[in-house]
Ligand binder design. Structure first.
Ligand code: LLP
Length: 449
């Protein structure tokens, strides 16, 4: 069986037996941009955005989709997301700066985070960010104070913890009560915060948010969250008369990293969620609010492929064969962090037979720096190009400079055209923030230029 038959992914192979991504020959991309290289397929990102907007719009017309930038944020992606009509969820001053620098309209930005600093909040208020997602009581007090100081009146959405445990990696669960995020519904904190907000003329409470986790494959936990949120809306109305304009159900739809993982399609999941909100609130006789979904992974995850060059191969007869590539946990920490299981092919040997099972390792000084355990593969040789699939989300955005490896470049491909959207980091950039106190100066002759 050839690699393309084995993995059955929706990638083309050209007449040279090379993998094609967005109409570009992967081997040519490597010649032009080097490795490791993140390759983002523009068409796939746009198609995912459209699936969200169309499916949601059909079932629930008063709705919005905002992209969770933490999955993958660069200026070019901000432009793309904007063109597709999505809003943007940012979680730090840095993400906010990136978005504003790209020209993203601040009123379409939602500012999340469980510990936004005063500086970050001030930055957001002064830039006119449309929605501040308030994560706790302390933050609410701070925000009211800062709104007074800046003479602004921010729109505010409360992040709540609905007490739901989604079936996903524990690091990716966020909706349970014992969470660092959000305000509890069951312990009364959320209701207390609503009363505080309604007393303040300095902020405008728009509604409520919940995010139950990430890489979720079933709609049941969303259903449970919708039920809890609906009951909370009713309770708030009963106690205060306040009717929410906005209900934001967060992100979390899973994607397929490997053959075993079979998520619902975006359309299917979004339609179910829209339906459930309608049915549940209608049954509670609550006016339908503006519904927001906040996907990250399901917008960009499957659109990303990382290209590496195969380097040293170490055979341990009867044990395993380690095939090292020129990246690893620095460009994809998800294997070490969440035991994620990826698939990959040799992009320059797509028509050859899969004959071996090897383990792909990174180049960091760390035994946990593994990319793929026990991967069925065409016989690898140094210089081959390894293409790892579904690396578009939480790879570049979580990359590090461990072992002082420069961060990889990113290209956006479409219709056979490639645009560099993040340049490869240089050694010079690696040391540009280092300072050398005079008393530690070494012989300048031996410092590399
Ligand atoms: N909204 C909020 C408030 C979130 O915290 C997140 C993700 C999202 C939306 C987007 O969720 P998504 O649609 O991407 O599942 N680094 C982990 C994932 C962390 C997710 C954090 N929050 C990973 O690589 O699996």
């Amino acid at each position: 069986m050839t690699a393309s038959e084995f993995f059955q992914r929706d990638f083309a192979t050209n007449h040279l037996g090379h993998l094609e991504i967005g109409g570009c020959d992967a081997v040519d991309l490597v010649k032009d941009y080097g490795t490791p290289l993140y390759v983002m397929d523009e068409k796939k990102i746009r198609a995912n955005c459209r699936d969200y907007l169309q499916a949601l719009g059909e079932i629930y017309p008063d709705a919005d989709v905002i992209y969770a930038g933490k999955a993958f944020l660069t200026k070019a992606i901000c432009g793309l997301i904007y063109q597709e009509g999505l809003g943007l969820d940012v979680v730090s001053g840095g993400e906010l700066y990136t978005a504003l620098h790209a020209g993203f309209p601040p009123e379409r930005i939602y500012f999340h985070g469980n510990n936004k600093s005063h500086e970050e909040l001030l930055f957001a208020l002064r830039q006119g960010v449309g929605q501040i997602m308030v994560d706790g009581l302390m933050e609410l007090e701070t925000l009211i104070q800062l709104a007074i100081e800046t003479r602004t009146r921010p729109g505010v959405i409360f992040r709540l913890t609905p007490g739901i445990e989604a079936h996903t990696h524990t690091y990716n669960q966020t909706g349970q009560e014992d969470s660092k995020f959000g305000m509890g519904i069951n312990d009364g904190v959320a209701l207390h915060a609503v009363k505080m907000a309604l007393r303040s003329p300095h902020i405008k409470l728009l509604g409520f948010h919940s995010h139950i986790g990430s890489q979720i494959f079933e709609v049941a936990p969303f259903e449970a969250a919708i039920k809890v949120m609906g009951e909370f809306l009713v309770e708030v109305r009963k106690q205060t008369g306040y009717v929410a304009q906005v209900l934001d159900l967060g992100g979390g739809l899973g994607i397929s990293y490997n053959k075993e993982e079979k998520p619902m399609s975006i359309r299917e999941a979004v339609t179910r969620i829209g339906e459930m909100v309608r049915e549940s609130l209608t049954a509670l006789e609550y006016p339908l609010p503006h519904l927001i979904l906040e996907p990250g992974r399901s917008i960009v995850g499957s659109a990303g492929t990382t290209l590496y060059t195969v380097g040293n191969i170490k055979e341990l007869p009867g044990i395993r064969t380690y095939v090292a590539v020129d990246g690893g946990m620095t460009d994809n920490p998800r294997v070490a962090l969440y035991q994620a299981v990826y698939e990959a092919v040799l992009a320059n040997k797509m028509y050859e037979q899969v004959t071996e099972v090897v383990t792909i390792t990174g180049k960091c000084c760390e035994s946990g720096d593994m990319l793929i355990w026990d991967l069925p593969i065409v016989s690898p040789k140094p210089g081959d190009i390894l293409a790892a699939f579904s690396t578009g989300a939480y790879n570049y955005s979580m990359a590090s400079n461990y072992n002082r490896l420069p961060r990889a470049a990113v290209v956006l491909v479409a219709e056979g055209q490639a645009d560099l959207i993040v340049a490869r980091e240089t050694y010079e950039q690696l040391v540009q923030n280092d300072l050398m106190p005079k008393r530690l100066k070494v012989n300048p002759k031996i410092i590399a230029k």
